[in-house]
Design a protein. Sequence first.
Lengths: 114, 112
Amino acid sequence: DAKTTQPTSMDCAEGRAANLPCNHSTISGNEYVYWYRQIHSQGPQYIIHGLKNNETNEMASLIITEDRKSSTLILPHATLRDTAVYYCIVRASNSGGSNYKLTFGKGTLLTVNP
Amino acid sequence: DSGVTQTPKHLITATGQRVTLRCSPRSGDLSVYWYQQSLDQGLQFLIQYYNGEERAKGNILERFSAQQFPDLHSELNLSSLELGDSALYFCASSVDGSQPQHFGDGTRLSIL
């Protein structure tokens, strides 16, 4: 799986959009970009994933650059409850039926301030 | 609520002991994954099962073993426990290997 690079920490004001960047310059054509977050030792929570098109769901939007070497997770209206560590993970879409493990890095600690 | 249930939430035991952690996947999910999160190693993949069969192994110690039962629940067995085994143990499940994994709230294991 390709390696990802994320800033160690970011701050965001409550009610503003939070834009979390991720670099994955060695991503392969069959690898998806996944985003998870972990709120203070709770289980990681799935947010969104995508291959090459931008994606949006009720939680967030995922913008993937045309060359797929980087992506941005957007939380449109951040709240205090969005304070968490956000993980960007690249994972193959098909491993021949085996080993779909997620490889977690250190992620970005997003702090939403009042 | 992810729909993945892990028990117990907390476990305190002594070195040399053996414990069993239990995971019930989301309804309909056939794949189960176990991860360990310690302060110095971060979140690490241990092992994956699909419909009762082992599919992949990560950095799982020989003292650790797991299985997935016909009703699809899974158990992670940790034996000859050492202080360094103190960690959060998470279970995740997915419909199959290619779909997003959903995590439980974990079991916090403390070795005294």
